[in-house]
Design a protein around this ligand. Structure first.
Ligand SMILES: NC(=O)c1ccc[n+]([C@@H]2O[C@H](COP(=O)([O-])OP(=O)(O)OC[C@H]3O[C@@H](n4cnc5c(N)ncnc54)[C@H](OP(=O)(O)O)[C@@H]3O)[C@@H](O)[C@H]2O)c1
Length: 431
């Protein structure tokens, strides 16, 4: 093979960086054949040169400073695997672009916060800004939306975008245990970080959803427009009721085109147990794309981990090796057109409502009157046991209802004397 090798500078040698170095070494022949030229790591950067990473780093030039690596003449592509929306990762990516180098990154925080400016800069320089590994790990959803599904207008993209949350919700369902208990176990098993807030509060999923929205709808990334709720309020009793009603509870990221603009929301959802997404368990991720010509396409796979993430990174590298450079968000960065964000209080859908009420005559009539006043109608109602004078759970499933009306009704219901806890609502997503 006579073509010149593509030279990678890998910044960050942690879980993903280590995986990329290993993949490039172990799959050298395969990559060369598929790319039409060899692919080599030539230089690396991390904080601690002496850390034992189980890798032989002697063949590679070492840079303490990833920005120096990014500008170095030894590399054609910066592979940024440091992480964080600011600091060294951003500086290194900016330097690589300014130096005319292609960029591959797995950094969702960076793309969600600065993707628009970075895409503009990359396009001005004629270099790639590829970030397949930033969304849903090993699932090649960026490529699918940008290339394979390019002939479609999308009505909705949704998915399980955070493996930690999916693991916790799956384990809660399997064991009947509560959130805190399962979170402790997830931390012990390494499925949740010591500080799990980023995952369980829905922020990580929101980063990925904001990126998917830009790709699918041809708009700038708008993280601020994402409505975000985490999973800490999901309780064992809601999971039990969900099962009884034929649903599963999943943390979904959903981007949906509505008459009011594009909704972007991350929150726990009830989904029908027969749906594809309901059956994606454990740490797995899934993304569903609904397009006007293709109908519905479902992708499932590992959303994190050394191997799957390195696999996604190398897909991006191979494109560059073959000379393929596509606009970061499906259309040229300068042509991304802002779309009105649909206000969350205009969201319309069915709701699950769980009330804890004192079992006494007239309660249901009071509830019904409030719901009627807000033009909310009930599809079904479930009462667990009867215990006169004592609190009992009552579950309602509404027909399609508007969020604002639901919120007002729930405030009034929460103020009823016989209602002893704030009503709990979980949106139902019809799939
Ligand atoms: N882990 C996953 O499964 C996964 C999945 C999808 C996307 N991602 C994304 O991939 C990126 C990397 O994640 P990771 O899990 O591999 O992280 P990680 O294991 O924490 O590794 C981070 C690496 O960055 C290096 N680093 C930190 N600050 C640096 C600095 N100032 N200069 C040079 N190097 C520096 C660290 O060096 P030392 O080793 O010397 O400390 C370490 O090698 C993040 O953006 C993450 O969101 C990760």
């Amino acid at each position: 093979m006579s073509a010149s090798p593509l030279r990678l500078g890998v910044a960050g040698l942690g879980t993903v960086g280590g995986g990329v170095v290993r993949l490039v070494t172990e799959q050298a022949d395969l990559l060369a054949a598929r790319c039409g030229r060899p692919v080599q790591v030539t230089a690396v950067s991390a904080r601690d040169k002496n850390r034992d990473r189980g890798l032989d780093l002697t063949p590679y030039a070492w840079h303490d400073d990833p920005v120096e690596l990014a500008r170095s003449d030894d590399i054609d592509v910066l592979v940024e695997l440091i992480g964080g929306d600011d600091g060294p990762a951003k500086l290194a990516v900016e330097m690589a672009i300014a130096s005319g180098k292609d960029v591959v990154t797995a950094n969702k925080a960076l793309i969600a916060h600065h993707g628009n400016a970075l895409a503009l800069a990359a396009e001005a320089q004629g270099v790639a800004l590829n970030y397949e590994a930033a969304v849903a790990g090993g699932i090649p959803i960026v490529k699918a939306l940008r290339e394979g599904l390019a002939g479609n207008r999308f009505s909705r993209i949704y998915g399980i975008l955070n493996g930690t949350c999916n693991y916790i919700l799956s384990a809660m369902r399997d064991s009947g245990r509560d959130f805190d208990d399962v979170l402790d176990e997830a931390q012990a098993l390494g499925y949740a970080e010591a500080d799990p807030a980023f995952d369980v509060d829905g922020v990580d999923a929101a980063h990925k959803l904001a990126i998917l929205t830009a790709l699918a709808f041809g708009c700038p990334v708008n993280l601020g427009a994402v409505h975000i709720e985490g999973i800490h309020n999901v309780s064992a009793i809601d999971i039990e009721f969900a099962t009884e009603l034929g649903y599963r509870i999943k943390l979904l990221g959903i981007a949906r085109l509505t008459a009011n603009g594009v909704e972007q929301r991350v929150h726990p959802c009830m989904v029908a147990e027969g749906s594809a997404i309901a059956n994606v368990g454990g740490v797995f991720n899934a993304v569903v794309a609904e397009g006007d010509f293709v109908d519905r396409v479902v992708f499932e796979g590992r959303g994190a981990g050394e191997g799957p993430t390195a696999s996604a990174v190398m897909g991006d590298v191979c494109d560059i090796a073959r000379g393929i450079r596509l606009p970061a968000f499906s259309v040229a960065a300068s042509d991304l057109a802002a779309i009105d964000p649909a206000p969350m209080d205009r969201h319309v859908g069915p709701y699950y409502v769980r009330l804890t009420v004192i079992d006494q005559p007239g309660v249901i009539a009071d509830l019904s009157a409030i719901l009627r006043d807000h033009q909310l109608s009930i599809g079904s109602m479930l009462q667990r046991g009867r215990d006169p004078g004592e609190p009992v759970p009552v579950v309602l499933i509404t027909h399609e209802s508007e969020e604002a009306a639901m919120a007002q009704a729930m405030t009034q219901i929460g103020n009823l004397e016989a209602v002893v806890e704030q009503p709990k609502i979980i949106r139902i997503e019809e799939l």
